[in-house]
Design a binder for this molecule. Sequence first.
Ligand SMILES: NC(=O)c1ccc[n+]([C@@H]2O[C@H](COP(=O)([O-])OP(=O)(O)OC[C@H]3O[C@@H](n4cnc5c(N)ncnc54)[C@H](OP(=O)(O)O)[C@@H]3O)[C@@H](O)[C@H]2O)c1
Length: 250
Amino acid sequence: MVPVLRFDGKVVVVTGASRGLGRAMALGFAEAGADVVVSSRKQESCEAVAAEIRAAGGRARAVACHVGDWAQCGRLIAATVESFAKVDVLVNNAGIAPVPPSLLGVTEDLYAKTMDVNFKGPLRLMALAAEHMAPGSAVINISSKASLRPSPFTVVYAAAKAAQNVLTRAAAQEYGPRGIRVNAIVCGTFHTDSFHRSAPTEEMRRDLAARVSLGRIADPDEIVGTALFLASDAASYLSGELITLDGGGS
Ligand SMILES: NC(=O)c1ccc[n+]([C@@H]2O[C@H](COP(=O)([O-])OP(=O)(O)OC[C@H]3O[C@@H](n4cnc5c(N)ncnc54)[C@H](OP(=O)(O)O)[C@@H]3O)[C@@H](O)[C@H]2O)c1
């Protein structure tokens, strides 16, 4: 039987879901039938996305969570289980990429925040979510091409995402015997707020697009198909993989 990318009756938690790639994935999973927990730091922004899902006939709950905070990670998973009794899919999407001027310009605060949001949070959320996952469940970590090809300005972010890649492979081994798959999407460049902050002018964006094989920067919606595939039974034998989604490379 050919598996279909439907998620009716499945519970999907997406962090960083108020904007950008997270919002696109939250809406995508909802359209595919899932009950979605929409999370980011700001309750109001999550409520707006949850309302969008409900207006389209789906089920959603908004739960604020700063993923760099150990206790808030616990509250996000507890709230999910309280509302929906289980977790089928966790999408560790929330991330930050502050740019220090130089290695000497890396402050202790920038270092701690970058590692906490991009690595500590995904680790803690995955560990907690797995306690409520049945065989067939999946975790998707949203990583970055920077983790494979770092530059001095992105060193802390790149290292945090490289740690997330390691987490993906290690967790796939730990949870494999329980039938839980763990994969990462290693993102190239997408039109989101964080990208537009790092490339503020049209000229910069054109230059970056010209280096991509497909000749353009991706729309946020273009992550949805890969996320649905990785979370679905169509990927039932795929675990511990880093899937690069970058328009054919640069
Ligand atoms: N866009 C790209 O080109 C690109 C490339 C490579 C990798 N990525 C990765 O893709 C993911 C999404 O990026 P994006 O471009 O969609 O980012 P974005 O547009 O800046 O959105 C970030 C999202 O994360 C939330 N967020 C920020 N800090 C948070 C925290 N501490 N705890 C919980 N939520 C937090 C934000 O909402 P609140 O402000 O309400 O918290 C927002 O919903 C990130 O992991 C990023 O590293 C993106």
